[in-house]
Design a protein around this ligand. Sequence first.
Ligand SMILES: Cc1cc2nc3c(=O)[nH]c(=O)nc-3n(C[C@H](O)[C@H](O)[C@H](O)COP(=O)(O)O)c2cc1C
Length: 492
Amino acid sequence: MATTIRTETKTPTDLREWLKKVDEIGELQVVTGANAEEDIGMATELLGRTRPSKATIFDEIPGYKKGFRVLSNGLGSFARIALTLGLPIDASPHELVKRWQERVRKGIPTIAAEVTKDGPVFENVLRGDQIDCTIFPAPKFHEFDGGRYLGTGSFDITIDPDENWVNLGTYRVMVHDKTRLGFYISPGKHGRQHRDKWFARGQKMPVAFVAGGDPLLFLAACTEIPYGITEYDWAGGVRGTPYRVVKGPVTGLPIPADAEIVIEGFVDPNDKAIEGPFGEWTGYYASGEREEPVLRVHAIYHRNDPIILASPPNVPPDEQSFYRAFMRSARLRGDLEAASIPGIVGVWCHEVGGSRLFNAISINQRYAGHARQVGHAAASVHTGAYLGRYVVVVDDDIDVMDLEQVLWAMCTRSEPAESIDIIPRAWSGPLDPRIHPDKKGFSSRAIIDATRPWEWRDRFPISQLPTPAMKQKALDRWGWLVGKGERPKSRG
Ligand SMILES: Cc1cc2nc3c(=O)[nH]c(=O)nc-3n(C[C@H](O)[C@H](O)[C@H](O)COP(=O)(O)O)c2cc1C
């Protein structure tokens, strides 16, 4: 039975409007009394691992001011991702993926941020002796974390000192004490490239850290937006209206006028403290703890009753790997098509690999070598390069979002001795659990060609997968046997 799909939703303008809309669709719950030392982390892990599960606001957190809240599991449903991106909230997962990938393929037009003089973020301004980062209920998310993390569903705003472009990147932020924050950026990330440039000049890097903001801006900040493009402009393009930014009084960086919490300061190359360990997206504490540069806080701005947007990684599949699979799959597809590779039918960066370690691409094979070209490109383009491991290329009869179908194709259409290429010394980093602690930096990639071999594809055994028409007919007629649809009335 065909479902009616509502038209695209209007993208909310900030976190508060977003929460109102999430509440309207019945996907918001509020919990009071959970503590930040343990409860919020445990509850977040459970929520992130269960789908569907509601976006959850924690309020009245013991030891903190009432109204100082934490929002977790914000993006843990297709409907909430759709709402954030302005897509129809009642479309099926496949339809949503198709629509979003089409939008990305057409190219997201950029809309420059609009500079304003003021905004709700300045409802409370803390300077000098008033500076205290510990007033916010930053949770300890995992049992063995080395501290409280104020920055997970957050982003850091930095500027390239040579090329003068602004980047928004999600890089975890730990609270050292009232006036110092620690943050970790993996090698090669845009914020890290900025930092390397500032430090190479022997200068401190200005940073504005946004601990709770508009979910769309957060999604942009944790997605591989191309080098040189400011995430404000990209996210502005997605929602069709410019972001409102204010020039940060301390750093001059553009900060979101409607953000919940913004902290400005400077990072000195010679001022370091231990950061971590932190439960990471691979499901391990792989980068351990090490010295990282410290952000010295010069000013804190926050709205009344501020909300920390939290999105800690847990063992995948979890909330984070889910929304990142959605975003990254579209970007990977865009990267492949930008490389002029034809015949891409489906792309899915599977949640189980944290949306990086196990990526599947289906193609309509057009020529000899096509499948290998796709696999190698997917492992090397911007979106797929960092800390990848397996790329599987399958034929277009395989649903790439269906992990079991992808594995079935691997089991039956690849022949290990012939079908696997290895790329050595590719881009990895400290977070890779499988690389020896003294040898972090590089890792290899396996490109698995699980397509029917080009030369004898016409003689490859016919698969028993039902054709789409037959599958639909079976569902219409017999779906009730498996709980899909109504049992037809007996004709007596
Ligand atoms: C919740 C969350 C936390 C993240 N933490 C980090 C981090 O601590 N360090 C890091 O390098 N990348 C981290 N990432 C990944 C980056 O946000 C991602 O690679 C993004 O594309 C970086 O921005 P850039 O492309 O502008 O460098 C995190 C992503 C998410 C969703």
